[in-house]
Design a protein around this ligand. Structure first.
Ligand code: SF4
Ligand code: SF4
Ligand code: SF4
Length: 169
């Protein structure tokens, strides 16, 4: 039986089918969105447990990952803290399918020297290739873990995270 214990605005909107066009970036190892919204009771313990302070409470009261706040280290502290198991390593693998995307507003793509994202990426997922007027960043999606380290560091906010393979993944 589907458990629907609380009726926050976000959950009511979800049950009515009023889901946001852009799915929220949930913490790592979150259940798929419908099951996450059922399991998560909005306690916020995962937010408090995160040593990097990259989790925040969304308007609807549920936790979201905000890469503008920093990098997820995949330390699992949020998963361990989640009593209702809305974050669950045994159910959700990989941690998420988020990948970085670099917009056309990137300085380097417009002839201005900038290597900030490459320098921030511990996975070496961003490489620069010669381009007209300089060198432009290219993402190696196989290497990218979606950690978000490159997002907040970009001086023109040209990088965002998304789920390229499955918008609800
Ligand atoms: S895995 Fe660690 S760093 Fe990442 S959101 Fe959870 S507690 Fe924060
Ligand atoms: S940090 Fe931003 S502006 Fe600089 S190269 Fe990377 S995407 Fe482009
Ligand atoms: S999200 Fe993380 S792994 Fe992916 S390109 Fe950015 S810094 Fe590198």
């Amino acid at each position: 039986m589907t458990r629907v214990a609380a009726f926050s605005p976000a959950r009511r909107a979800f049950l009515r089918g009023g889901v946001q066009a852009e799915p929220a970036l949930r913490p790592p190892w979150a259940l798929d969105e419908p099951n996450f919204l059922v399991a998560c009771d909005g306690c916020g313990v995962c937010i408090e447990a995160c040593p990097e302070h990259v989790l925040a409470r969304s308007e609807g009261g549920y936790p979201v990952f905000d890469p503008m706040l920093g990098e997820c280290l995949f330390c699992e502290a949020c998963v361990t803290a989640c009593i209702p198991r809305a974050l669950d390593k045994t159910q959700a693998q990989p941690a998420w399918r988020l990948k970085a995307g670099i917009a056309s507003t990137c300085l380097a793509k417009n002839g201005v020297t900038c290597f900030s994202c490459r320098d921030a990426c511990g996975e070496m997922a961003i490489r620069f290739r010669p381009a007209q007027g300089g060198a432009a960043p290219e993402l190696d999606t196989d290497r990218c873990t979606g950690c978000g380290a490159c997002v907040g560091i970009c001086p023109v906010s040209a990088i965002s995270l998304a789920r390229p393979e499955n918008p609800h993944g």
